[in-house]
Design a protein around this ligand. Structure first.
Ligand code: SPV
Ligand code: MG
Length: 435
């Protein structure tokens, strides 16, 4: 008997509707169907965090009529699947003839041509019902319980999570929506960082814990109203332990995923000043007690308290930094942030290596403002789990505004400035009419 052609199609969806079933039915008429379920990591980079984890999506497809086999598609690219499976036919909607998926299609065509495989494309129907379901699930993603839990899930799913600072609704939207496409892959930030430096700067104030918590919460609220990504909050020193426990409860209730507090005391100044200004490091005992009190105060299992170590910033040495890391983890810290203001990443790498020799579980966080040549891939390979781009939107946005103000003053009119302005229609499009 003639062997049935091997037919392959892949799905990144976690909602199966009649359109998907129809395409599966058509695929089954062409031969024996293997479905590739796209991995969580690849889905998260492509559109949004999957509602159902890979295992559940796999089980879903395994139980559908007409599906003979289900395999994992690790990347958006079909290359490794094609090389392994050698499908006679690949089935896809015709929507990828244009847009960011086009390089994926080109690659598929080239690879299939090498052995005479075929690409069969069915007309893509813009599915209103699916869009409505997706919009509802997007709204679900912003619910505090769902949003709060997502950082831990992303950490276990991806190993390395990236965050960019947001200090307002519009910077939150930029963090939420900015996507770049490289070789058929989509890249976007996983989370947002509510920086004390940028939140203070946006209010024209110094970064010395002067902007009070009520105001900082207002910033979080502005961002939360228009976004769904998880939030890491810069809690400065955490303040008095008696106050910190209230902060933890409030952040947790709002749906923040992680607070990072630094082991300094008294009048806090920004770390990037280093030893140029007077800054006092807290004792291990006091800071450990603050962490322990915060952990005791929290109500959910998902909220994380990260201890930030300032020993390298304050030139107290590697031994001190490592001793603190061990003590803070023992006190209950869910993650450790190590900071440095050196351009050379050597001391960060040394810390990570020595910490990882003893502890392979506790997530490590870095803020590579100074040591900015290191790529995310290298951080990940060395054992870092969260990379925070702490101030780049602030440092690019305000100079552009200063420049615009100068141009108008110099030109006595708006024409010259208009050339560097975003067109009004683009700024309108940036803001969705409904969430
Ligand atoms: C912030 O963004 O406010 C930080 C990081 O705390 S740093 O400015 O590098 O200290
Ligand atoms: Mg800060």
């Amino acid at each position: 008997m003639k062997k049935k052609p091997v037919v392959y199609l892949s799905f990144s969806t976690d909602i199966v509707h009649s359109g998907h079933l129809a395409i599966l039915h058509k695929a089954a008429e062409l031969g024996e169907v293997t479905v590739g379920v796209v991995s969580d990591n690849a889905v998260a980079s492509f559109k949004r965090y999957p509602l159902l984890p890979y295992g559940e999506r796999k089980a879903l497809f395994e139980n559908l009529k007409g599906v003979a086999h289900v395999i994992c598609q690790d990347t958006l690219s079909y290359r490794s699947v094609i090389e392994k499976l050698h499908p006679d036919i690949i089935v896809h909607g015709d929507d990828w003839k244009q847009g960011f998926q086009k390089p994926l299609r080109d690659e598929v065509q080239t690879l299939l041509a090498e052995y005479g495989g075929r690409l069969v494309e069915f007309p893509y129907t813009d599915d209103r019902e699916l869009k409505a379901i997706e919009n509802r699930s997007r709204a679900d993603a912003a619910i505090p319980d769902v949003r709060r839990a997502r950082l831990k899930k992303l950490l276990s799913m991806k190993g390395l999570v990236t965050a960019i600072e947001a200090h307002s609704g519009i910077t939150g939207l930029i963090a939420e929506k900015t996507v770049v496409y490289q070789k058929g892959q989509a890249r976007q930030f996983d989370a947002m960082w509510i920086s004390s430096l940028c939140d203070s700067t946006a209010k024209g104030k110094p970064d010395i814990e002067l902007v009070d918590m009520t105001s900082r919460f207002r910033t979080i609220d502005d961002i939360m109203e228009v976004t769904t990504k998880p939030i890491i909050f810069d809690g400065d020193t955490g303040g008095l332990t008696e106050h910190f426990v209230y902060t933890v409860r409030s952040l947790e209730r709002m749906g923040v995923s992680m607070v990072i507090i630094e082991d300094k005391t008294g009048l806090k100044k920004n770390s990037l000043f280093g030893t140029e200004v007077q800054q006092i490091q807290d004792s291990i005992e006091n800071f450990s007690a603050k962490i322990a009190a915060g952990k005791k105060a929290q109500k959910t299992k998902d909220f994380m308290i990260c201890a930030r170590i300032e020993s390298l910033i304050l030139e107290q040495g590697m031994t001190d930094a490592l001793e603190r890391a061990t003590a803070f983890v023992e006190a209950g810290a869910d993650a450790i942030m190590i900071h440095s203001r050196k351009k050379d990443p050597a001391e960060i790498f040394e810390f990570v290596e020595k910490f990882r020799a003893k502890d392979i579980i506790t997530p490590l966080v870095v803020v590579p403002t100074s040591f900015n040549e290191v790529t995310e891939e290298e951080f990940k390979a060395r054992g870092v789990n969260i990379v925070i781009y702490a101030n780049q939107l602030t440092r690019t946005g305000f100079p552009a505004m200063q420049n615009a103000a100068k141009l108008i003053l110099e030109s006595h009119r708006g024409k010259e400035c208009d050339e560097i302005c975003m067109p009004i229609k683009d700024i309108i499009r940036l803001i969705p009419e409904e969430m």
